[in-house]
Design a protein around this ligand. Structure first.
Ligand SMILES: C[S@@+](CC[C@H](N)C(=O)[O-])C[C@H]1O[C@@H](n2cnc3c(N)ncnc32)[C@H](O)[C@@H]1O
Length: 375
């Protein structure tokens, strides 16, 4: 049997994603099985084809839409999308994008794939809106542009070429914005002390915090994610204790912690570059549910803090609900929580906390808020 090519593998993964698989999971599985024999360069190409085509799906579908008159089978649609992505966004020479895609398309549809790709290659796409051109659902586009105007647009464009984080000094690969959150926490904790990370998996922040704080308790609700957390902690910070519990009803005592972090489950709209299918999955309705969870986790975190202790709330998103409403309502509920403003660069002032937009430094977008429990 002939070994699989990068385009064949990418087309197969895209079909799986079209049928409902998660992009990162389907890609990782394919690369670790059939993609094992590919060179490093070819594996990177498979990754670009899969992630890029998934991310740019709306733009791609718009460009090929006028030339498709019938409903397509998923495998045909995936091959076409992959070809159009190469034509529109990768600068692949048209003859290569067309011929190499036709080669991997299902035999029964090669004529169609050839004809559609040639038409796309010969025409200039006309974009009805920025949301279509840069491939976002309208509601996400409107949210960013409505809040930040031109900067919001730049942020969205920046998330189409996501950060490729360098490994930390200890080898763990952690996004830069996530490391900045750790710096904010370390700066507020004078002498270190007992730390509780209520939402810890996969363990990026927890393992970094272990450099200064001790003991560290890393809590996670999801048993599968807690298994990953355990492995990460074992490798990078073995003294950290992993706890599996719902952080809104945690087993920790009142007033026991010098510092608590709620790196909360969130809509992830600042980290849309990291998961190429995230923008197609998150809904506006989900934000309402997340806001409730974030509020409950913050209240629980505050119960655990000793007087003088520091609470940090961070989210890799930028929605007003999660980054304005949640901290403001927390203030109203907790008179003995004193705001610690986050003003130092790279953070821009955002209400009472700090915010990094994705285009500011080419990182994830992130928001961070801090309080000290009054003595
Ligand atoms: C943004 S991630 C945390 C990332 C982590 N702090 C890091 O830096 O690697 C949020 C985590 O919270 C977990 N989570 C969600 N709801 C939770 C709850 N009620 N209690 C504890 N953890 C929860 C999720 O499973 C997820 O692993």
């Amino acid at each position: 049997m002939k070994p699989i090519t990068s385009r064949q593998l990418a087309a197969r993964v895209l079909t799986e994603i079209g049928e409902g698989a998660r992009a990162n999971t389907a890609l990782a599985t394919a690369l670790s099985k059939d993609g094992r024999a590919l060179s490093v360069r070819d594996r990177a190409f498979v990754t670009e084809l899969v992630q890029g085509t998934t991310r740019m799906r709306r733009a791609v579908d718009h460009a090929m839409g006028p030339y498709i008159q019938r409903k397509l089978d998923e495998d045909v649609r995936s091959a076409l999308r992959m070809g159009v992505h190469q034509l529109l966004h990768l600068g692949t020479p048209p003859h290569a994008a067309v011929n190499d895609t036709v080669d991997v398309a299902p035999r029964r549809a090669r004529g169609l794939v050839n004809a559609v790709l040639r038409k796309v290659a010969q025409s200039d796409a006309v974009w009805p809106s920025g949301a279509v051109q840069f491939s976002y659902p309208d509601w996400i586009w409107n949210l960013f542009v409505g809040a930040w105007g031109e900067e919001g647009r730049e942020s969205l464009i920046a998330m189409n070429t996501p950060e490729r984080p360098e490994p930390r000094a200890d080898g763990y690969v952690q996004g830069q914005a996530s490391q900045w959150v750790v710096e904010v926490i370390d700066a507020a904790g004078d002498n270190g002390g007992q730390f509780i990370d209520l939402c810890a998996a996969p363990g990026g922040k927890t393992t970094a915090l272990g450099a200064r704080w001790s003991p560290v308790f890393a809590n996670e609700v999801d048993p599968a994610r807690a298994r990953v957390l355990r492995e990460v902690v074992q490798k990078y910070r073995p003294a950290t204790q992993v706890v599996v519990s719902d952080g809104s009803e945690s087993p920790f005592r009142n007033d026991c912690a010098d510092a608590v972090l709620v790196d909360a489950p969130c809509s992830g709209l600042g980290a849309l570059g990291r998961r190429s299918d995230a923008r197609w999955q998150i809904s506006e309705q989900a934000i309402k549910r997340l806001v409730g969870i974030q509020a409950t986790l913050l209240d629980e975190a505050f119960r655990l803090l000793r007087p003088g202790g520091v609470l940090t709330y961070s989210v890799c998103t930028v929605t007003p609900e999660e980054t304005v409403q949640v901290p403001l309502e927390f203030d109203v509920r907790h008179e003995n929580a004193e705001i610690i403003p986050v003003t130092q660069p790279p953070w821009r002032e955002h209400h009472q906390g700090g915010l990094v937009l994705p285009h500011d430094h080419g990182t994830d977008g992130m928001a961070v808020f801090q309080w000290r429990r009054r003595q």
